[in-house]
Design a binder for this molecule. Structure first.
Ligand code: SAM
Length: 464
């Protein structure tokens, strides 16, 4: 049993109740003033933990045994759940996941004392097979999930990294959250690469050809994009592989080959060739059809993106005014609101996303939207505050807003500011500064765009 007065020691075994989830979806137990966090430990359960390591008041632990299961526990839908870091709490019943996500947002927003309640998290009816994009990694060190298994080659894997062991790759056979049909594409690519003796990228030695397999799918259009990222041109091998793959999987509408020779772990390409189709797929969200190319950001959960965009439209109340869509990606949010706006101006740094945004406006017959390519701060500074938008939407990348964006937003001075965030901690950190810049928080609406993960998307509505 645990002694609440002594600090947990490495190797110590404790029997404790799990009281909540942390921001990474790990179960938390309290021992005196210390917390123990363990992957896969569900709130409401009682477990035997082994302390692994500690820093300050928080210690990492692993579950040795579940003594009493959580009343909120449910069946897992994934064979890789124990080792893959993707779905931190798939075994927690979905309503309990939504409660935990809301609690996590409250823990960040309530202490700010802004007097605005965090609303219920808008969840999915069927929270599986929801991702329209997955990025799989090739690796030379296959993670053995079952130590007794025999047969599969140890030096080739296509799947996902094991958290904390970046050189190891789980050979994913089934994923419960990627789009239906992606399992077959993954297996087909793996089989063909092995048949042809093509080498996987070794992320320690920086050798080998195959680096990433990115799959994208339009839920509403049925179109599928395959982007194979390699470390070198190797046109002959790649062309033959693509031809064989397309023959086996004729449902694939476009095949892109990207080259990324630098060691950095990113699927962003130095250059690209389109081997089949147009190099883009389309997805319908709400009334609009969006074109998406291999390198552009697009919301990964089509069904929830639709609800998110509808809620953003409600909050923005554009009513014929000028809307700035900062960090606009392929223009999705601004274009969704264009029918209600006098003018939409999107700002985005990735050139292919800007090209997609312009094409999306054109293909949807939208004439009141323009897109400005470049760093958003530099673009706004160049304009010297011109434009005076009625509504500004900011949807920054995970890292959050740069500090200099707060004064830039203050200078724009829009009466309504809609801050869309996938990193609530970063956004919550900005709220006091936005209050100092004259913005009052009006609503906090969380959306579950990433079921079974600790990530949550939040719309913060701010008014001047
Ligand atoms: C979270 S995504 C939002 C995209 C879009 N609002 C949507 O919903 O599809 C963030 C976008 O910000 C862009 N971005 C990142 N840093 C930027 C910067 N400094 N200036 C302009 N855009 C940037 C990224 O390329 C990405 O498209």
């Amino acid at each position: 049993m645990s002694d609440p007065t002594s600090r947990p020691r490495r190797g110590q075994k404790l029997e404790v109740p799990i009281v909540e989830l942390d921001e990474r979806g790990r179960g938390v137990a309290r021992v005196g003033r210390w917390s123990l966090v363990a992957r896969g430990a569900l709130p409401g359960s009682r477990v035997r933990l082994e302390v692994l390591r500690g820093r300050g008041a928080r210690h990492e632990a692993r579950v040795l045994e579940v003594l009493e299961p959580s009343p909120d526990g449910g069946p897992a839908h994934c064979p890789h759940l124990r080792h893959c870091g993707g779905c931190a709490f798939q075994e927690l019943a979905y309503p309990a996941q939504l409660r935990a996500l809301r609690g996590a947002v409250e823990a960040l927003v309530d202490p700010l004392g802004l007097g605005v309640p965090v609303e219920e998290v808008a969840g999915m009816q069927r929270p599986f097979a929801y991702r329209n994009k997955m990025e799989y990694t090739f690796g030379t060190r296959r993670f053995r999930e079952d130590p007794s298994e025999r047969g599969a080659p140890a030096d080739f894997a296509l799947g996902l990294h094991v958290p904390g062991r970046h050189e190891k790759v789980i050979d994913v056979q089934h994923c419960a959250i990627h789009f239906e049909g992606a399992d077959e594409l993954l297996a087909g690519m793996r089989d063909l690469c092995l048949e042809r003796g093509l080498s996987a990228w070794d992320n320690r030695r920086h050798t080998g050809l195959l680096r990433y397999l990115v799959l994208r799918h339009g839920f509403r259009t049925g179109e599928t994009l395959v982007n194979l990222v390699t470390s070198a041109e190797a046109e002959e091998e790649v062309d033959a592989l693509a031809a064989a793959f397309l023959e086996r999987h004729p449902q694939v509408t476009t095949f892109v080959h990207s080259v990324q020779s630098r060691p950095a772990a990113t699927s962003q390409a130095e250059h690209q060739r389109v081997l089949h189709g147009s190099g883009r797929i389309h997805e319908r969200v709400g009334q609009l059809l969006y074109g998406i190319s291999a390198g552009s950001f697009f919301q990964t959960n089509t069904l929830q993106a639709e609800r998110l965009f509808a809620a953003i439209a409600e909050e923005a109340r554009v009513a014929g005014g000028t809307l700035y869509d900062l960090y606009c990606g392929a223009g999705t949010i601004g274009l969704a609101l264009a029918a209600e706006a006098g003018l939409v101006r999107g700002f985005e740094v990735v050139p292919s996303a800007v090209r997609d945004a312009r094409a999306n406006a054109r293909e949807n017959g939208i004439e009141n939207a323009e897109f400005i390519e470049g760093d958003v701060l530099a673009s706004l500074a160049r304009e010297g505050g011109a434009g005076s938008p009625d509504v500004v939407i900011v949807d920054p990348p995970r890292a959050g807003l740069e500090a200099r964006m707060i004064p830039a937003l203050a200078r724009l001075g829009a009466p309504r500011l809609i801050y869309v965030s996938c990193n609530v901690a970063a956004a919550a950190g900005d709220l006091p500064y936005l209050r100092a810049a004259g913005y009052r928080l009006e609503r906090v609406r969380p959306f579950d765009l990433f079921p079974h993960t600790p990530h949550v998307e939040v719309i913060f509505t701010l008014v001047k």
